[in-house]
Design a protein around this ligand. Structure first.
Ligand SMILES: Cc1cc2nc3c(=O)[nH]c(=O)nc-3n(C[C@H](O)[C@H](O)[C@H](O)COP(=O)(O)OP(=O)(O)OC[C@H]3O[C@@H](n4cnc5c(N)ncnc54)[C@H](O)[C@@H]3O)c2cc1C
Length: 400
């Protein structure tokens, strides 16, 4: 394909903006359009469950770039107008407002949408947490709440529970695992997280299946468990995972299967690429398809996509990196460890609340866990990077 002169990026958030910036940084001087469904200029999501929800930051501080930096990008920023269809053959995108946009290259960066529970639609006091508007609505309810139930014991649910507790609310965290994040971190770190939450006063309900929400007069009143028990609540945070925002690609002929499926260059078809949470691409080091939902990947994959759009033809083989803040504890994970991998502490001491541990499977390093030791954890990243740089036949577990 000859050098593109018109690039359209769909999704104006972390990965979309980073793609546009990387294109300009790498010398792309052609037309550039950034199309976003939300009305807001690009903003960052990690602070939404932490600083913004706690009220430590005013909402505007989560924006990703100042207006001058956005203007310097020399891109058409079309906001509040979701794409509704893509024709890959001619890279034509139709939007909800009826715009017809054409390009040589389309980059799909539409992220994910939160899943919801039966009975949740239209119920006041029942919240998901994905957008800035979600965070502000949840914060307003949390300030008045007496009893908060967080449904979902993954990264987002545990963060939301910690923040609600930090705001002084009575908080119950309910989920199917034996301890928060067990499927992600394995049993030992998950047990430490459970202890941390319990010490901070979170009421943990592990191993519980949630059937749905209960409400009266249009407002949530509780969470129904499969056991028949009902946990009373005036505010509920539903953090039960997410689904890639790919419904607008239905009928495009592109392969959609838990994300937009791409080759090792993050290319879904000639002239169509994907970056960020929505992209499920072939990671050559892991020898399988991988989709990551983390902030670092949004930026790194965007840079890789921009390079490939401009002809670099390089596989994207990152060492996945995730961080999460739970109360004052900062956790970092490099690699894609499976919960059953063997965990060995290599620095510090879990009893002291600061340590670094390595995950191994069949003698190969699969991950690094940092617990309040970010610098030291980063120093061990190399061990995972070496293992990921050689092609492997083992399947890659999915991220978040
Ligand atoms: C509350 C919260 C806290 C988080 N905390 C952490 C953390 O501590 N550490 C970490 O590593 N990661 C964290 N994450 C994950 C991280 O924020 C995401 O991985 C990152 O935002 C992914 O960027 P993205 O651009 O791929 O997707 P998104 O940020 O989801 O952006 C996609 C954009 O595309 C838009 N869009 C969707 N459909 C269309 C359409 N049809 N047309 C046009 N636009 C569309 C969406 O409205 C959205 O603005 C957190 C996420 C959330 C929600």
């Amino acid at each position: 394909m000859s050098a593109p002169t018109r690039v359209l990026v769909v999704g104006a958030s972390a990965a979309g903006l980073a793609t546009a910036e990387a294109l300009r940084r790498k010398g792309y001087g052609g037309a550039l359009t950034l199309l976003g469904a939300e009305p807001h200029a690009p903003y960052d999501r990690p602070p939404l469950s932490k600083q913004v929800l706690r009220g430590d930051w005013e909402p505007g501080r989560s924006r990703l770039r100042a207006p001058e930096a956005l203007a310097a990008l020399d891109a058409d920023l079309l906001l509040g107008d979701p794409a509704v269809a893509l024709s890959p053959a001619d890279r034509a995108v139709r939007t909800a407002s009826g715009r017809e946009l054409g390009a040589d290259v389309v980059v799909v960066a539409t992220g994910v949408r939160p899943r919801t529970l039966p009975g949740q639609a239209g119920l006041a006091g029942a919240h998901v947490l994905r957008t800035l508007d979600d965070a502000l609505a949840l914060r307003a309810d949390l300030l008045a709440a007496r009893r908060v139930v967080v449904v979902g014991d993954g990264v987002l649910g545990a963060e939301a529970a910690a923040t609600a507790r930090a705001l002084g609310r009575a908080v119950t965290l309910v989920g199917p695992q034996r301890a928060p994040l067990e499927a992600r971190l394995g049993p030992v770190p998950a047990a430490l997280l459970a202890r941390l939450h319990a010490e901070q006063g979170v009421d943990l309900r592990p191993g519980a299946a949630v059937r749905g929400l209960a409400g009266r007069g249009g407002r949530v009143t509780g969470v129904r468990l499969a056991s028949g028990e009902e946990l009373p609540a005036d505010t509920v945070v539903v953090a039960v995972g997410s689904a890639p925002a790919t419904e607008w690609l239905a009928g495009s002929g592109l392969r959609v299967d838990d994300g937009l499926v791409c080759d090792s260059r993050c290319r879904a078809a000639e002239g169509v690429y994907a970056a960020g949470d929505v992209a499920r691409w072939h990671h050559e080091g892991l020898g399988g398809l991988l989709r990551l939902e983390n902030r670092t990947n949004a930026t790194e994959q965007a840079a890789a996509v921009a390079g490939n759009v401009l002809g670099a033809d390089r596989p994207y083989t990152p060492v996945p990196f995730l961080w999460t803040d739970q109360f004052a504890t900062k956790v970092q994970v490099y690699g894609v460890p499976a919960p059953e991998d063997v965990l060995t502490v290599v620095e510090g001491d879990p009893a002291g609340g600061r340590f670094v541990a390595l995950y191994h499977r069949d003698g190969t390093a699969t991950g690094v866990l940092g617990w309040n030791m970010p610098k030291q954890a980063r120093a061990h990243r190399r061990e995972v990077a070496d293992a990921l740089s050689s092609p492997s036949p083992s399947p890659a577990p999915a991220d978040r």
